[in-house]
Ligand binder design. Structure first.
Ligand SMILES: Cc1ncc(C[n+]2csc(CCOP(=O)(O)OP(=O)(O)O)c2C)c(N)n1
Ligand SMILES: CC(=O)[C@@H](O)[C@H](O)COP(=O)(O)O
Ligand SMILES: [Mg+2]
Length: 602
């Protein structure tokens, strides 16, 4: 990317370079930084709105503080593009979120300026407080930049409770509350309502009540005011909170006007502000999210016990459709996964049927709530685990690859994954049926980000027998057992192998818990070689479940498990990541062919 047209940005390779400019030149630098972010994101996509909203803050912080000696923790980290560009990553910024490029979030191993790795929200105050306590007897500053959306999570209040205690009075921690009134969707809840009311904040200040000095609210785009206020906070030291008001998408009118769409656009024409849509020459199957959203509305129309719960992912999960149809039965609880689960549990105790939709990666946060508040108490909560499997550009923090492992070990939990949209629809339908197999059980349904494989998916509902798999391809010698959407790669692998006169059977197991043991007995009795395919972690997931079955039943067959290896997979196009993990149809076919050749030799 040629940066020569950028008079200032092209000369700034570190915050030390930024400090060479006079304060009068900072607005021009902000303007360039904003244009540079728009330029690059328009070509490659990314988290635009939040990063445009923090341009002035980013410049002010790096201008006044001595980074990386002073530590900045960016909550979520999706607003840190300006920070990346000013801290030596201008020339690699075009690789943002791309395979083998820089991460879309701060990452410790990427730069000494990235004091803490983020991606999941609401960790910044805890992390920065830890740093500040560790550096108590030094002159270092510690800054947590946190959005109003991230402020809705419980962890924030655990951190504030700790930070406000007298014991930490002399610890150097500046919390900057970046309030733009938005989460991904408009922010909701009592805290949001409170933050909107200037008078209430001044008279009855929540942070002061927790013994944390409060400064604000100030205009976070007014550089002189921002600089002056930050200078004062430097003098005050101690734990303090600065409340700034900003606009998500600031400086790019389309992004300001439609903040939800521009939270994380794909590529767009920066002049017209038109987001590029891939022109399809053939009809495309729907996204799993659309199938989920539409089906939930359909089911809710028939079953009045159904309610929907989402922790701040109303648009991403398509629960927006339920909200539009049944607002009184839909609950966006803010970024609050733990609460979402226990709130659902509470609803279930009173006879409601909560469909609690949480991205697989964010469900990690609510694990104890799933065990203690749902499974131990034998409550019927339907967990819809969206973004299960690899997610692409968001990378290591966001891949949903652990859920099969972390859910299948729980008593009173049914673990399922549809291979296509019709299966998703039928599993959603089945999960709310009043049948004995579902009594006292939570039901999880995992499905990936993006498109499925079936065009005509609006078919009449059919109940799925609990714990029953199905044969998809009939073959010989080799059996491939798959779970979920990734089974389509195995299906394609079977077609590729056919051309080589290799005919494996393919089974879509549909459930990891309960396992279809009757089917597995048949499989282990019949085939010489067994493969398992999953887009979840290899340790403890679906393949492990099959290995346990094999051992418990004393079958001694070669078993090859294909899935996500035991390291964190970074960002990239899905195809690139599948390649890396050996999960493309071609790679699966190669592995099966190798085994087949072994069989021939022996
Ligand atoms: C634990 C967790 N839940 C959900 C998300 C998804 N998410 C990413 S950004 C975001 C909105 C954050 O709002 P805010 O902190 O106010 O930042 P803004 O985008 O407004 O700048 C959400 C819900 C996440 N990253 N982490
Ligand atoms: C930063 C963050 O956590 C979200 O913005 C996330 O990137 C959304 O992912 P989807 O685009 O898959 O909804
Ligand atoms: Mg916000």
């Amino acid at each position: 990317m040629n940066t020569n047209t950028y008079k200032y940005i092209s000369q700034i390779n570190s915050p030390q370079d930024l400090k060479k400019y006079s304060e009068n030149e900072l607005p021009a630098i902000c303007e360039e930084l904003r244009q540079f972010i728009i330029d690059v994101v328009s070509m490659y996509g990314g988290h635009l709105g939040a990063s445009l909203g923090t341009v002035e803050l980013t410049v002010a912080l790096h201008y006044l503080f001595d980074t990386p000696k002073d530590l900045i923790v960016w909550d979520v980290g999706h607003q840190a593009y300006g920070h990346k560009i000013l801290t030596g990553r201008r020339d690699s910024f075009h690789t943002n979120r791309r395979y083998q490029g820089i991460s879309g979030f701060p990452k410790r191993e990427e730069s000494p300026y990235d004091a803490f790795g983020t991606g999941h929200s609401s960790t910044s105050i805890s992390a920065a407080l830890g740093m500040a306590v560790a550096n108590e007897n030094t002159d270092r500053y510690h800054i947590a930049v946190i959005g109003d959306g991230a402020m809705t999570a419980g962890m924030v209040y655990e951190a504030l409770n700790n930070a406000g205690a007298k014991r930490f009075k002399h610890v150097n921690l500046l919390i900057i509350l970046n309030d733009n009134g938005m989460s991904i969707d408009p922010n909701i809840g009592a805290l949001h309502e409170y933050l909107q009311k200037e008078g209430a904040i001044q008279q009855n200040n929540l942070f002061k009540a927790l013994q944390i000095p409060y400064i604000g609210k100030i205009n976070g785009h007014n550089l002189p005011v921002l600089l002056e206020t930050l200078r004062k906070t430097k003098e005050n030291k101690g734990v303090q909170l600065l409340h700034i008001q900003t606009v998500k998408g600031k400086g790019y009118h389309v992004a300001e006007d439609d903040q939800v769409t521009w939270h994380a656009p794909t590529t767009f024409n920066k002049v017209t502000g038109k987001i590029r849509k891939t022109q399809m020459t053939v009809p495309t199957p729907p996204k799993y999210q659309d199938v989920f959203g539409e089906t939930l509305v359909e089911l809710a129309q028939q079953n009045l016990r159904i309610v929907g719960v989402t922790p701040a992912m109303l648009s991403g999960s398509s629960m927006r459709l339920l909200m539009q149809t049944f607002p009184e039965r839909t609950f966006d609880v803010g970024i609050a996964e733990q609460h979402a689960v226990t709130f659902s549990a509470g609803l279930a105790t009173q006879g409601k049927l909560p469909f609690c939709n949480i991205y697989s990666t964010f469900m990690q946060r609510a694990y104890d709530q799933v065990i203690h508040d749902v499974c131990v108490q034998k409550l019927r909560v339907i967990f819809c685990l969206d973004r299960a499997g690899l997610v692409g550009a968001d990378g290591a923090t966001h891949h949903g690859v652990f859920d099969l492992a972390y859910f299948r070990c729980l008593p009173n939990m049914i673990v399922s994954a549809p291979m296509n949209e019709i299966e998703l629809r039928n599993l959603l339908y089945t999960s709310q049926l009043d049948i004995a197999a579902l009594q006292d059980k939570a039901f999880s349904i995992r499905y990936p980000r993006g498109n499925g494989v079936v065009l005509d998916w609006r078919v009449p509902f059919e109940a799925v027998p609990i714990g029953k798999g199905r044969q998809v391809v009939e073959g010989e010698k080799i059996a491939i057992l798959s779970i979920g959407h990734i089974g389509n790669h195995a299906l394609k692998a079977c077609s590729l192998l056919k051309e080589k006169d290799i005919f494996p059977s393919l089974y879509d197991m549909r459930f990891v818990k309960p396992l279809d043991e009757a089917l597995l007995h048949q499989v282990f009795a019949k085939y010489k070689f067994i493969f398992t395919i999953e887009d979840g972690c290899l340790h403890g997931g679906f393949g492990s479940a099959i290995a346990e079955f094999m051992l418990d039943n004393q079958y001694f067959k070669p078993l090859i498990r294909i899935g996500i290896p035991d390291h964190f997979i970074e960002q990239g196009e899905m195809q690139e990541l599948y390649e890396e993990c050996g999960l493309t149809a071609e790679k699966i076919a190669q592995r099966v062919e190798q085994s087949y050749n072994l069989l021939r030799v022996n």
